[in-house]
Ligand binder design. Sequence first.
Ligand SMILES: Cc1cc2nc3c(=O)[nH]c(=O)nc-3n(C[C@H](O)[C@H](O)[C@H](O)COP(=O)(O)O)c2cc1C
Length: 338
Amino acid sequence: MPTRRLAKLMTDPRKSTTVAVAPMMDWTDRHCRYFLRLVSPYAELYTEMVTAAAIHHGDADRLLAFDDSEHPLVVQLGGSDPDLMTEAAIDAARRGYDEININVGCPSDRVQSGQFGACLMDRPELVAACLSDMQAAVDVPVTIKTRIGIDDQDNEAFLYRFVDRLAEAGCRRFIVHARIAILEGLSPKENRSVPPLNYERVFKLKRDYPELDVMLNGGLKTIADVDAVLSRVDGVMIGREAYHNPFFLAELDQHLGHCEDLPDRMTIVERMLPYIDSEITKGVRLGSITRHMLGLFAGQPGARAWRRFLSENAFKKDAGIDVVESALSAMRDASRAA
Ligand SMILES: Cc1cc2nc3c(=O)[nH]c(=O)nc-3n(C[C@H](O)[C@H](O)[C@H](O)COP(=O)(O)O)c2cc1C
């Protein structure tokens, strides 16, 4: 018998958005997402951040490309020019993205100079102008990913000033990375670990704004971690753990009652092969795809052999799916020897 919470999740039409995989630059590209979708049919997937300016000036077809299998799929946009953001939102919605997310969480210098990312927490009017123009122009939800504060603004009032204004502008979903961003002096990487996590502030946000959909992000690595927060927010977003140990997403699907059986890791690899083959014929290098698959066997016998074989061979000239098949053999051999 499922628990009451599990039963609720199983009948919840939004169950597929209980778990989302975070936007991660250079990591959650389309190859990564194709692979993650084979691991989890349910998790909501986010693109890497794409700036509205890049879409305007650059190759939008390439920047916004995705495979139909990736749904439910959210594009994350970076920017603060309402016209450019609206243009990007219209383009993304036309291509079929299910949701459009505005990045108000990224702390990097490059991003600050362009006036977007976490520094925009201090510009709620500007973000609201973007959001309401974007929301008026597209039929899909426009949502916000943010932090709990920035620099010395590590307090509830600052967060609520931002959320109040954006909720008034029509935002219904906030994904909150439960730590502040330090805009000067910490690298983006340090900004994902040095400021302490403060889940309580996110729980309280949900309590104080029950009508909003609040998803918690930051530091979730185990099923127990997710269980400990899921009853107090509407969903979780998982970043690094989903990348380094993608099978965690399958385990979560099972744990949350989205599916009965875990998928088979070997079958996931086999299902990647036709995709890999077809991408290689378009000029993509094998390693650009398999680099996202290195963690699939994390914690399993032979995991190291799999990882090593792919790392050493997938970027060689003319590497093809035979390299993946050999990596599987290397892994089987290593696990038999163990
Ligand atoms: C390599 C990398 C790139 C990231 N790029 C983005 C990004 O483009 N947009 C964004 O909002 N957050 C980005 N983040 C932050 C993640 O979305 C997430 O908020 C953060 O990693 C905390 O979640 P976690 O502890 O589950 O990893 C990135 C994180 C990593 C590790």
